[in-house]
Design a protein around this ligand. Structure first.
Ligand code: 5GP
Ligand code: ZN
Length: 113
């Protein structure tokens, strides 16, 4: 999708701080860090939301999530981590290319929840 900001990140048209990349998936730091190490995991293929994910794409995303979560855990030393995914404007989705938020948690006052 030519006007999708996350497709532009996939294509390297706009910069991002990449945490992980393989053939199917990219993970990069959120531009507006809710907590330190806040990361987004996205498929390279444009899928608007969870309803559009095929089982194959869902698998490609989730099979790398433990590796990325462990890398964030090692780097940032959080005491917990939330995985969050918003679908639809009313659910808080603002970028309409599927993304999974990985939110490292540091205890009370860490900015989330
Ligand atoms: P949503 O609200 O759709 O669940 O989350 C979208 C996320 O994308 C937000 O946390 C927002 O900060 C992040 N975001 C929006 N534009 C960019 C961008 O250009 N680069 C990066 N790295 N993150 C972005
Ligand atoms: Zn896209």
């Amino acid at each position: 999708m030519s006007d999708c900001i996350f497709c532009k990140i996939v294509n390297g048209e706009i910069p991002s701080a990449k945490v992980f990349e393989n053939e199917h998936v990219v993970a990069f730091l959120d531009i507006s860090q809710v907590t330190k190490g806040h990361t987004l995991v996205i498929p390279k293929v444009h899928k608007e939301n969870v309803y559009e994910l095929t089982p194959e794409v869902a698998q490609q995303i989730f099979e790398v999530v433990p590796k990325i979560a462990n890398a964030l855990k090692t780097t940032y030393n959080p005491i917990g981590m939330n995985l969050v995914n918003n679908n639809g404007e009313k659910a808080g989705q603002s970028v309409f290319h599927f993304h999974l938020h990985l939110l490292p948690r540091y205890g009370e006052g860490d900015g989330f929840g």
